[in-house]
Design a protein around this ligand. Structure first.
Ligand SMILES: [Zn+2]
Length: 497
C-alpha cells in the first residue's frame, strides 16, 4: 500500500484519477494535462503502474470499487460531503446542472434557489451518476442521462443526522450546446417541528390565526379540499399535519393516505402503497385510490392529483361523502377549479361541471407560498440604506420602491436583507413566512368559477375573506419581515397602481 490519499488525489484532477493499491488509474481525459503527466511520471518512477481508462470505463471502475475495502471511494465520498455541506448550509434542495463542459450546483435555502458552486461538467456528471447508481434506490438500476429518472436515498450512512431520506430526480436537458442533465436532490428532514393539536401544529409552522381558523373549519368539512402551490411551498407538510392532528383528535376514525412515493412516516395513518413498477403511473395511482376507498376509510389523503386518473378517483371519493385532502398544481386558490376541471375532462369524468358546483363535493381551495423571513439581527432599515446613498442611481431598486409606495406600503418600516451574521449562518434570512389563500367554497362562488367569471369570482371570494398571497406579502414587507426584492422574486412584480 502507498501512503497516498485517494480522496485528495481525486480532487486534484477533477476526480478523474485515483491510486488503488499499486496502480494509478486515470481517465484518458487527463492525457496531455501537464500537471497530471508530471504527477504520473513521478508515480511511475516510484514503482506505480499507470492504467488508462476510457472516460466511461473510468466511471464504471470508480463505481465498482469495493466500498468495504475502499471506504474512501472518492466519488461517493465527494457526494456524501456535498450533501453534508448542503445540509450545513440549511438547504432543502440541491440542484446539479451539467451542461457540456460546464457544471453548476445551486441550493434552495429558505425557499430561494441560489448559485453555490461551479464544477467541471464531466466531473459533475460522474458525481450525478455515482449518486444515482451507488447511493439511490431507484426504479431502474441503470443510470440513463437521456431519460427522466427517480429514486430515493434511504441509507442513513449517506445522509446527515436529521435527514431520514432524500428524493432524487433527474431531468434530461436539451440546450443549444447539446445534451445536458439536471439532478435535484430534496432532503427530507425528520425533525417533527410541529406536534399536538391542529392549532398547535399550524402555529408552529407559521400560519396566522385567521389561516388556522379557516383550515380548522375545512378539516371538518366533507368533500374535497385541494392545496396548491409550487414545489417546495409546503403542501405535503400541511396535508400531513392536518391529517396527523385529525387522527390524534379522532382515534375511532380510520385515516388512509396514498402517496407516490410516501415521503414521511405518518403517525396513526395507514399509508397505502402505489405499484411503482407499473408502466402507467397515473393508472396505478388511480387504482390505489379506488382500492383505498374499498378499505372504508373515514378520511382520505391523496399526495398529489397530477394525472387525470387521480382526479377522477379523488372526485369519486368526495362524491361518496368522504373528506378528501390532496395537492394539485395551480397558480392561485381560484385557479384550482379550472385545473381540476381540465383533468376531469381528460379523464372523461361524467358531467364534471355539475359535480364541481356542489360545495359539499369541492369544499376547500387553498394556495400557499413560503417566503424567506429576514434575519432580525442583521436586516437593515430601508431609511438608513437610502440615507447612505447605497442605492443611488439603481433604477431597478427605485422602481421597486415606487411600486411598493403605489401599493400603499409605508416605506419607513420596510427592511432589507443585510450582510448576514452568526444568528442566520450568514444567509441574512431566518425561517419562512407563510402566505396562504384559503377559500371555503359555496354555491355562488362555484357558479362564478364554473362560468369562468374571473372578476366576479375574485370579488366574491374576497367577500368570503380571501386575501391574495401578494397582499399578504405586502403586509409582511410593511412589517419589516420580508425583503421586497425576495417577495418580487417569488411572486413577480407588484403592479404599480
Ligand atoms: Zn443575520
Amino acid at each position: 500500500m502507498t501512503s497516498e490519499q485517494p480522496p485528495a488525489l481525486s480532487e486534484h484532477f477533477d476526480g478523474r484519477a485515483i491510486i488503488v493499491e499499486q496502480s494509478l488509474h486515470a481517465s484518458t481525459e487527463l492525457r496531455g494535462n501537464i500537471h497530471f503527466e508530471a504527477f504520473a511520471s513521478l508515480k511511475t518512477r516510484q514503482g506505480l503502474q499507470l492504467v488508462w481508462h476510457k472516460p466511461e470505463d473510468f466511471d464504471h471502475f470508480l463505481l465498482n470499487l469495493d466500498t468495504s475495502t475502499h471506504p474512501a471511494n472518492p466519488i461517493q465520498g465527494q457526494a456524501i460531503q456535498l450533501i453534508r455541506d448542503a445540509f450545513d448550509a440549511l438547504a432543502s434542495d440541491i440542484h446539479m446542472t451539467c451542461l457540456g463542459t460546464h457544471g453548476t450546483i445551486a441550493l434552495r435555502r429558505m425557499g430561494m434557489l441560489e448559485p453555490w458552486r461551479d464544477m467541471g461538467g464531466r466531473a459533475l456528471m460522474t458525481l450525478v451518476r455515482a449518486i444515482y447508481q451507488s447511493m439511490t434506490e431507484a426504479g431502474s438500476p441503470r443510470f440513463d442521462p437521456m431519460t427522466r429518472q427517480e429514486g430515493r436515498i434511504v441509507n442513513r450512512r449517506f445522509l446527515p443526522p436529521t435527514v431520514h431520506s432524500a428524493r432524487v430526480h433527474t431531468e434530461p436537458l436539451q440546450t443549444a450546446n447539446g445534451q445536458g442533465l439536471l439532478m435535484t436532490i430534496r432532503l427530507l428532514y425528520d425533525t417533527v417541528k410541529a406536534e399536538g393539536t391542529l392549532q398547535e401544529r399550524l402555529t408552529a409552522l407559521g400560519y396566522s390565526k385567521d389561516h388556522i381558523q379557516s383550515l380548522a373549519k375545512l378539516s371538518h368539512s366533507p368533500g374535497l379540499t385541494l392545496v396548491a402551490g409550487p414545489t417546495g411551498s409546503g403542501k405535503t407538510t400541511l396535508l400531513r399535519h392536518v391529517f396527523e392532528a385529525l387522527a390524534q383528535e379522532m382515534p375511532d376514525r380510520s385515516f388512509l393516505s396514498i402517496e407516490d412515493p410516501p415521503e414521511y412516516p405518518m403517525q396513526r395513518i395507514a399509508q397505502v402503497l402505489v405499484d411503482t413498477s407499473a408502466d402507467n403511473r397515473g393508472l396505478a395511482y388511480g387504482a390505489a385510490i379506488a382500492g383505498a376507498l374499498r378499505a372504508d376509510p373515514d378520511y382520505l389523503m391523496i399526495g398529489e392529483i397530477r394525472h387525470p386518473e387521480a382526479s377522477s378517483a379523488a372526485l369519486d371519493a368526495a362524491l361518496t361523502g368522504h373528506p378528501v385532502w390532496s395537492s394539485i398544481h395551480a397558480a392561485s386558490a381560484l385557479g384550482i377549479f379550472q385545473r381540476l376541471l381540465s383533468l376531469l375532462f381528460v379523464a372523461k369524468f361524467a358531467d364534471p361541471l355539475t359535480n364541481l358546483q356542489d360545495p359539499s363535493v369541492l369544499s376547500g381551495l387553498v394556495y400557499q407560498r413560503l417566503l424567506p423571513k429576514l434575519c432580525p439581527h442583521c436586516s437593515l432599515k430601508l431609511a438608513q440604506v437610502l440615507q447612505e446613498n447605497s442605492y443611488r442611481g439603481d433604477t431597478a431598486f427605485i422602481a421597486m420602491l415606487r411600486r411598493l409606495k403605489s401599493q400603499g406600503v409605508e416605506l419607513t418600516s420596510v427592511r432589507i436583507k443585510g450582510a448576514g451574521c452568526k444568528h442566520c449562518k450568514e444567509t441574512g434570512r431566518s425561517g419562512l413566512l407563510v402566505a396562504c389563500e384559503i377559500v371555503r367554497t359555496d354555491q355562488q362562488l362555484l357558479y362564478y368559477l364554473a362560468n369562468r367569471d374571473q372578476e366576479e369570482s375574485l370579488a366574491y371570494a374576497r367577500s368570503l375573506g380571501l386575501q391574495t398571497t401578494a397582499e399578504q406579502a405586502l403586509d409582511f414587507i410593511g412589517e419589516g419581515l420580508l425583503d421586497p426584492r425576495d417577495a418580487e422574486n417569488c411572486l413577480g412584480f407588484f403592479p404599480e397602481r
